[in-house]
Design a protein around this ligand. Sequence first.
Ligand code: 13P
Length: 222
Amino acid sequence: MSSTLIVLNLKTYLEGTGEGAVKVAQACKEVADECGIEIGVAPQFCDIYRVASQVDLPVYSQSLDPVGAGSFTGHAFVQSIKDAGAVGTLINHSECRLTLANIDASITTARDAALKTIVCTNNVATSAAAAALGPDYVAVEPPELIGSGIPVSKADPGVVTGSVDAVKRINPAVQVLCGAGISKGEDLAAALELGSVGVLLASGIVKAADPKVALEDLVSKV
Ligand SMILES: O=C(CO)COP(=O)(O)O
């Protein structure tokens, strides 16, 4: 496997009792095996167990709450997420924003449970701030391009290169992903050329008529 990482965020696109998530995850696994690039998937909380127990690929939570075991109702508890089979979590997605203090606490909570952390950011300044907190990855995603079909790597390459430079300066151990509007092979190739190590993406694959064909296109130029 190369060190390139693709994470497919399923958001709330798929209804039903998890079969859709399993099917998309299976497509991710098949394409990952074909191309040698690591592909992970971030399903709904309640689908983590089903996906992780049926498909051998990295499963991420879409978020978590920085609470421990005990008297906490309505929270996404890190140990349950881990026991369900997740290997990591998104934190601070633009559709699930947190305060800086909660981003920090979420990273610590995940790290203490040995979960990988991907902190989403919306611009160079927040990428720099996130890097200072020491997650495994910062994923820069301009919100205005999310779900637009217009790839960040083409529409706003500066936010990717700026984030890569800022993150490297602040914490060289942190790797940078980018996302928003990514769907094609040329988008992933451009993202890598701009210095990111991979992409976080959603609609271009999840909403495709055939997600496996869309994934094969995504990895076709690297
Ligand atoms: O928000 C995203 C991934 O987390 C990006 O979404 P789209 O790929 O649909 O633009």
